[in-house]
Design a protein around this ligand. Structure first.
Ligand code: HEC
Ligand code: HEC
Ligand code: HEC
Ligand code: HEC
Length: 485
């Protein structure tokens, strides 16, 4: 079935279930919607639901967010987009089927099945009943220890990463929000709807599952550790700007403090995403250090904190003996001492091996990196430094998000000039690539760098990152820099 046919079918299904669930008969959607028949629902009362998820049937009625998605799916976003936000998600957003990846019938071809991972990670346990998996593949609030066995929660989990996983549990506001007047920003904090209009908050919400997050605010821990990766789970390769581009947008970008449409510069989206990523990684590091003290299942140090290439690399003599053969032994290149793997690069917020740090904002992360670059990182020291690191990142994220021109806060234009990764290290190179791509998208007019970007991406896109074609990557980066000095 093609995508259009699938979306039509899904829209139909969604409209039907939504209409049945809410007792609403399909009618042309007015601009302001009230859910008149809500009281008749066989659901817990509004007071009981406060802070809890309502489930997507509460959002997807045709008169609410479930009208046909054809226009939104074709990328035509306007003042009416909100009416098809939900059907767009159902039809085309990978999150709508995220739960299926934990079952025997994944919605897309996978390299590794959940059964394969579980046989190595927790033999005898199914992924759908293991909160450590469920936490990221559904609304995390449905994976707390109290809710894992609850019948209603078990049913809602099959909806995958649905509306409330990003927008916040709607129990406290699903009825009222249709009558809110004027700009929305003011009501978010009072109601518990997530302020996703704030680019930094949005990036953090994504990072909760795509980087990881400690247990807080009623949500369980979301931890992609080395044991899961070694059992076969793909490592999480997150770049906020790139991942957001890959989702079918179901919204018109607005400043919800004034209710006016706006567009973010791609360079700003990228940079805010990098800062939020570093902030999330610092919080995860603090959590892992603290949890490992009294939880035997949490190792210290956690291998997933380090640069994968430090341990996983080719032992053969490399094609470029002058560099590849020696870089892991050269502290000047790796930035850490022999025998220690070195912290993960989150360029340009951390020192990436060989790439300079462009600003003093990142100094606090340099301390984290240094403290992690010893054979046995000290827990107490790491907790203190990483807390400071996440604080600095939170502050920088706020400044960048609110800046009219990010260049006033951060020397973005220096990114094209920053030295190339002097070491053949995949993560830093991939991060530099996304930075270049964001800068290029932020330029007006068509790009003349398409062939150079294609070449770089082709060389970076590999399942065998210890064996990337470095000459190709460097050649392509050099060509990009020559054209955009
Ligand atoms: C920290 C969040 C997180 C946790 C914890 C997590 N996953 Fe995932 N999982 C993801 C994301 C994100 C993807 C998609 C990866 C991507 O494309 O970036 C994914 C992808 C997958 C896939 C698809 C693999 C493929 O080959 O494409 C399977 C299967 C899967 N997860 C199963 C599990 C199981 C089983 C567990 C528990 C042991 C688990 N996940 C825990 C976030 C998580
Ligand atoms: C992966 C995260 C994610 C999921 C899942 C998600 N959304 Fe959204 N949604 C967003 C983001 C980000 C925005 C933009 C926020 C803003 O503009 O305030 C948004 C905006 C919206 C808007 C505002 C549209 C507009 O043009 O004003 C509506 C309505 C909406 N979402 C409904 C839904 C519904 C209904 C679902 C589930 C069927 C859903 N969303 C699932 C992330 C998500
Ligand atoms: C509650 C957890 C959760 C949240 C929050 C979340 N995601 Fe995801 N995301 C997942 C899981 C699990 C998958 C795997 C689904 C799949 O690959 O089929 C995924 C898949 C994706 C994919 C497809 C990946 C690929 O390889 O193509 C993109 C893109 C993505 N997410 C972007 C985002 C963005 C942007 C946000 C924030 C607006 C976000 N996600 C928030 C859990 C989450
Ligand atoms: C400190 C060294 C170290 C670091 C850093 C490290 N690993 Fe590992 N990795 C190991 C060891 C040792 C094993 C074998 C034992 C095991 O399976 O846990 C392994 C096993 C694996 C396996 C399973 C290989 C197989 O054939 O079964 C994968 C996949 C993997 N690691 C990926 C990664 C990724 C991705 C990263 C970065 C996020 C990473 N590792 C970081 C040491 C490391």
């Amino acid at each position: 079935m093609n995508r259009a046919a699938r979306s039509v079918l899904l829209v139909f299904g969604v409209v039907a279930t939504g209409a049945i669930a809410l007792g609403i008969i399909s009618r042309p959607a007015p601009i302001e919607v009230t859910l008149g028949a809500r009281e008749q629902l066989p659901r817990p009362s509004a007071a009981d639901l406060k802070g809890l998820p309502v489930g997507m049937s509460g959002c997807l009625a045709s008169a609410c967010h479930g009208s046909p998605a054809n226009k939104t799916l074709a990328g035509k976003l306007d003042a009416d987009t909100w009416q098809s936000s939900g059907s767009t998600w159902s039809a085309a957003d990978p999150h709508s089927a995220a739960y299926s990846l934990l079952t025997d019938s994944p919605h897309r071809p996978v390299k590794v099945t959940a059964a394969h991972i579980m046989a190595r990670y927790a033999p005898g346990t199914s992924a759908t009943s293991d909160a450590r998996c469920v936490a990221c593949h559904t609304n995390p609030s449905l994976a707390t220890s109290e809710r894992m066995t609850d019948a209603r929660a078990t049913h809602l989990r099959t909806e995958g990463v649905s509306c409330e996983a990003c927008h916040g549990n709607a129990g406290g506001w699903v009825g009222d929000h249709t009558t809110w007047k004027g700009p929305r920003a003011g009501v978010y904090a009072k109601t518990g709807m997530n302020p996703l209009y704030d680019l930094g908050e949005r990036a953090l919400a994504c990072a909760g599952c795509h980087v990881g997050a400690p247990a807080e605010n009623g949500l369980p821990v979301r931890d992609m550790n080395h044991d899961m990766i070694a059992a076969g789970h793909p490592r999480l390769n997150f770049d906020f700007a790139e991942y957001q581009r890959r989702l079918p947008a179901h919204w018109l970008e607005k400043d919800r403090t004034t209710n006016t449409p706006r567009a973010h510069s791609p360079a700003k989206v990228w940079l805010v995403g990098r800062v939020a990523h570093a902030e999330a990684a610092c919080k995860m590091l603090v959590d892992r250090a603290e949890r490992s003290k009294d939880d035997a299942r949490t190792p210290w140090p956690e291998f997933a904190e380090f640069n994968c290439a430090a341990c996983h690399h080719n032992l053969r003599a490399a094609t470029d003996p002058s560099l590849e053969a020696r870089w892991r032994k050269d502290p000047k290149l790796t930035g850490h001492t022999l025998g220690s793997p070195g912290w993960q690069p989150i360029w340009p917020m951390t020192v990436a091996a060989g790439i300079d740090q462009p600003t003093p904002d990142t100094a606090t992360l340099k301390y984290v990196t240094n403290a992690m670059s010893v054979a046995r990182p000290k827990r107490g020291e790491i907790v203190a430094l990483a807390k400071q690191g996440s604080g600095t990142m939170a502050e920088l994220r706020g400044r960048l998000t609110n800046a009219v021109r990010v260049e006033d806060v951060y020397p973005l234009n220096r990114l094209f000039q920053s030295p190339l990764p002097r070491v053949p290290e995949w993560d830093s190179a991939a991060q530099l690539f996304y930075g270049y791509a964001a800068m290029e998208r932020a330029r007006p007019g068509p790009s003349d760098l398409v062939p150079e970007f294609r070449r770089a991406l082709g060389a970076l896109r590999t399942d065998d990152w210890p064996n990337v074609k470095w000459a190709e990557v460097e050649g392509a980066f050099e060509a990009i820099r020559r054209k955009r000095p």
